[in-house]
Ligand binder design. Structure first.
Ligand SMILES: Nc1ncnc2c1ncn2[C@@H]1O[C@H](COP(=O)(O)OP(=O)(O)OP(=O)(O)O)[C@@H](O)[C@H]1O
Ligand SMILES: [Mg+2]
Length: 374
C-alpha cells in the first residue's frame, strides 16, 4: 500500500541537458496513473527516477512514508516492467519468476507457492519449464509481468510494456493488466501503478488518471473523461482524441455573439458566453472535435461551408475531410448517417455543437472557455 509523491523533481543529464523541469505529481495509493506524451518528453526519465535507475537533480520522491531520493532501486519497494521484457535468457520461466524472491533469500516453500500463484493468475503454468526464447511475445510479456507481481511491490512501474506486441495481443494484454490491477486493489494488495505509454487508447482505457507531458513539463493531470472534455491548453487538446481536434485561428465578436473563422462566421448562445473568461486574448484559436461537428440539415441557417476533399469510410463512422479556404477541417459522422452521395468537390454545410466548442488564447495556449462537466 503506497502513495507516490513527486515534488519539484528535476533532471539534468551529464551533458547538461535539462530533461525534466521541476514536475509535481501525486499518485494515490492504489491509483493507476498513466504518463503519456510525444517521444522525448521524458516519460522514461521520470519513471527511471522513481525506480532509482537514474539520479534526480533536484526535488523529492516519496514512496509510502519514505523519501527514496538516495535509496538504491532494490530498497524502494518498486517493480518495473520494460518494453523488451528483460527476461534472463538462460533461466527457465520458473526461475525467472522466482529470481527476485531467491535474491531476498525467501524460504523454498514460500517461493514455490508464490510462483504457482502468479503462474495461475497470468495463465502461464504450462510455460514454467520453457526458456524465454521458446515463448511468444505475449507470453514473454506475461512472464515479465509475473516477475514484477511476485515481488509484491508497493508501486508497479511500466515502461511501454506492450509496444512490442501486435495490435490484437496488445488489446488483450491491456484488458488483462487492467483486470489484474482491479483484482489486486479489491484484495487490498498493493496496486499503485505508474504506466508509461505513447498509445492514446492505452492511456484512455487503463488510467484512473492520465498525466500528459511535453518537453519535460506536465501539461495536465486528469481523469480520461476530463482530459477529453476539458483540455486546459492547446497541447492537451491536440494530443488527446482521434482524429485530432480541429484547431482554427478565430476572432470573437462578443457583442454580436459570433465567432469568425476563415472568412465565415457562426453565432453562439448562452452556453459558450457563460463560460468565456472575461479576459480574452486578442489572438484566439477555435477548437472543436471532429465528433462535435454535424452536417447541416437542408435549409438550416448559420452553418459553415466548405468543399469536401476526401472521405474515409471506417465502418461505424465516416471521416469527412473538408477544405474551408485552404484550411482542413475533419468531421466525423456516424456510419449510417451518410448516404455516400457527396463526392470530392461538393459543398458541405456543417454546424458546431456549442457545448463542445473550445477557445484558446493563442499566445499562452490556455483554454479560456473550459466547459462545465456534468
Ligand atoms: N543519458 C542521457 N543523456 C542525455 N540526454 C538524455 C539521456 N537519456 C535521455 N535523454 C534525453 O532526455 C529527453 C527525455 O528522454 P526520455 O527517454 O525520458 O523520453 P521518452 O518520453 O521516454 O521518449 P520515448 O517515447 O521516445 O521513449 C530526450 O530529449 C532524450 O534525448
Ligand atoms: Mg521512453
Amino acid at each position: 500500500m503506497a502513495r507516490l509523491q513527486i515534488k519539484n523533481v528535476e533532471k539534468v543529464y551529464g551533458n547538461s541537458f535539462k530533461a525534466v523541469h521541476g514536475i509535481n505529481l501525486d499518485v494515490a495509493d492504489g491509483e493507476f496513473m498513466v504518463l503519456v506524451g510525444p517521444s522525448g518528453c521524458a516519460k522514461s526519465t521520470t519513471l527511471r527516477m522513481i525506480a532509482g535507475l537514474e539520479t534526480i537533480s533536484g526535488g523529492q520522491i516519496t514512496i509510502g512514508d519514505r523519501v527514496v531520493n538516495n535509496l538504491p532501486p532494490g530498497q524502494r519497494g518498486i517493480s518495473m516492467v520494460f518494453q523488451n521484457y528483460a527476461l534472463y535468457p538462460h533461466m527457465k520461466v520458473r526461475n525467472n519468476l522466482a529470481f527476485g524472491l531467491k535474491l531476498r533469500r525467501r524460504p523454498k516453500q514460500e517461493i514455490a507457492q508464490a510462483t504457482a500463484e502468479v503462474a495461475e493468475t497470468l495463465e502461464i503454468g504450462p510455460l514454467l519449464d520453457r526458456l524465454p526464447k521458446q515463448l511468444s511475445g505475449g507470453q514473454a510479456q506475461r512472464v515479465a509481468l509475473g516477475r514484477a507481481l511476485i515481488k509484491q511491490p508497493e508501486v508497479f512501474l511500466f515502461d511501454e510494456p506492450l509496444s512490442n506486441l501486435d495490435a490484437k495481443l496488445r488489446a488483450s494484454m491491456r484488458v488483462r493488466i487492467a483486470d489484474l490491477h482491479k483484482r489486486l486493489k479489491a484484495e487490498g494488495q498493493s496496486s499503485t501503478v505508474v504506466y508509461v505509454t505513447h498509445d492514446q487508447t492505452e492511456a484512455m482505457t487503463m488510467g484512473d488518471r492520465i498525466c500528459v507531458m511535453k518537453d519535460g513539463h506536465i501539461m495536465q493531470v486528469d481523469a480520461p473523461v476530463a482530459l477529453y472534455h476539458r483540455p486546459q491548453n492547446l497541447f492537451v487538446a491536440g494530443f488527446i482524441g482521434s482524429p485530432e481536434m480541429n484547431l482554427v485561428p478565430a476572432e470573437l465578436d462578443r457583442q454580436g455573439r459570433r465567432i469568425r473563422i476563415i472568412g465565415q462566421s457562426f453565432g453562439y448562445g448562452d452556453n459558450l458566453a457563460d463560460r468565456l473568461e472575461a479576459d480574452v486574448g486578442r489572438s484566439i484559436m477555435l477548437g472543436i472535435r471532429p465528433q462535435h461537428l454535424r452536417l447541416a440539415k437542408a435549409g438550416e441557417q448559420d452553418a459553415l461551408e466548405g468543399k469536401l476533399a476526401h472521405v474515409e469510410f471506417m465502418g461505424h463512422e465516416i471521416d469527412l475531410f473538408v477544405d474551408i479556404g485552404g484550411t482542413r477541417v475533419v468531421i466525423v459522422v456516424p456510419g449510417d448517417s451518410y448516404d455516400g452521395k457527396a463526392i470530392s468537390g461538393d459543398t458541405v454545410r456543417f454546424v458546431p455543437s456549442e457545448p463542445s466548442i473550445h477557445l484558446f488564447d493563442t499566445e499562452s495556449g490556455r483554454n479560456i472557455s473550459l466547459p462545465n462537466l456534468n
